[in-house]
Design a protein around this ligand. Structure first.
Ligand code: PAF
Length: 287
């Protein structure tokens, strides 16, 4: 496995791989990898000859008050995990190379970013789409894999890929959960062992929503009310940012659960903002 830090070197490698007819798979990450990321690498492996994993804690997607500086990092551990998971190249660019001092060009997806996460984090997606466009340009992937855990991000990036005409097969992989249901996230490490069980409030609320739908209750107002009760019972100090019911791909809100309805939520748990989502009908729980 090779580690590359220079943009120029990465561009040259990608160009040579393409010239050799090799299919390139890309898994962009911000590091501090867990099983969820490793499953994305596994997916990329199935569709590509060479898998490039990027590690870049992207300053452009953090607002000034967010956790950029304390975002967990473990490059040495990440490299071991990527190797074991079948990654071939790890691209770790420097922030000053990605965003030189006079940087002023951003990629923005319009409507899809105005809802859900975009409401609370208005500059977030501009940062995500800009870095992923840059990573696409540098690594020239044939396949790129993103996780359903960051549901809106996956939909926004899919739109960007289509709108900008990148010749990339776009794969959204299912959320990987801990045994007890907690969606894997690098931010879970912020919790003390005592706080950790309360982080399950998102999963329990989503599970309740799905059970209600299975029992024939389709009105989202009633489901949301029940979800709020479950959150409060699991983590009395939790503060919900939003609970939303939307169409899987348009992100349009729905008031009655239908075939492609996704419930997504963001909740502050002991000072950590967690997000999670679940398809409420069709697809496996947690998908
Ligand atoms: O999901 C993430 O880890 C990041 O948002 C991404 C896609 C790597 C862009 O920085």
């Amino acid at each position: 496995m090779r580690t590359v830090r220079s943009i120029r070197t990465m561009q040259n490698i990608s160009r040579d791989l393409a010239a050799e007819g090799k299919r390139i798979g890309l898994v962009p990450t911000m590091g501090f990898l867990h099983e969820g990321h490793l499953s994305l690498i596994g997916r990329a492996r199935r569709h590509a000859d060479v898998v490039i994993v990027t590690i870049f804690v992207n300053p452009a997607q953090f607002a000034p008050h967010e956790d950029l500086n304390k975002y967990p990092r473990d490059e040495k551990g990440d490299l071991k995990k990527i190797k074991a998971a079948g990654g071939d190249i790890v691209f770790i660019p420097r922030a000053r190379d990605i965003y030189p001092e006079d940087f002023q060009t951003y990629v923005t997806v319009e409507n899809l970013t105005r809802t859900l996460e975009g409401t609370s984090r208005p500059t977030h997606f501009r940062g995500v789409t800009t870095i992923v466009a840059k990573l696409f340009n540098i690594t020239r992937p044939d396949v790129a894999v993103f996780g359903m855990k960051d549901y809106q991000q996956a939909i926004v990036l899919k739109q960007m890929t289509r709108d900008l005409g990148y010749p990339v097969k776009y794969i959204i992989a299912p959320t990987i959960r801990e045994k007890d249901g907690l969606a894997m996230s690098s931010r879970n490490r912020y919790f003390t062992p005592k706080q950790r069980p309360e982080a399950l409030c998102l999963y329990f609320a989503l599970r309740t929503a799905r059970e209600m739908v299975t029992a024939g209750i389709k009105g989202t107002a009633r489901i949301e009310k029940e979800m709020r009760e479950v959150i409060k019972a699991t983590c009395p100090t939790a503060k919900s940012d939003y609970i939303a019911f939307t169409d899987l791909t348009s992100l349009e809100p729905v008031t009655t659960v239908k075939e492609r309805t996704v419930c997504s939520l963001a909740v502050w748990v002991h000072g950590v903002r967690l997000i999670d989502n679940m398809m409420l009908s069709g697809g496996p729980p947690g998908s």
